[in-house]
Design a protein. Structure first.
Length: 79
């Protein structure tokens, strides 16, 4: 059975990873991320973004400060 995790809108995944299609570097907040941490190009977001789904890691880092969340993601995913 699949454990479903809801997105907590923390914006960490839209900061931590590099996304070549939109020339976004790892650790850089995506320019398409709104102040409310919503994707402003959601329907046309890059393939790499479409493939990413919230999981237990989102919950595990949820109590950390934003910059710490990004650090944890980058360490775990080695980006
Ligand atoms: S890191 Fe997880 S909870 Fe945060 S925005 Fe991305 S998918 Fe949502
Ligand atoms: S394009 Fe959208 S989903 Fe992809 S990193 Fe930027 S804000 Fe996040």
């Amino acid at each position: 059975m699949e454990n479903r995790v809801d997105c907590l809108l923390c914006g960490t995944c839209c900061t931590a990873f590099d996304i070549k299609e939109i020339d976004k570097k790892a650790g850089e907040r995506c320019r398409f991320l709104s102040p409310e941490n919503l994707c402003t190009i959601y329907e046309k977001r890059p393939w790499g973004c479409k493939g990413y789904k919230p999981d237990e890691l989102c919950v595990l880092v949820s109590t950390l400060k934003d910059e710490e969340k990004v650090k944890v993601f980058r360490n775990i995913y080695e980006v």
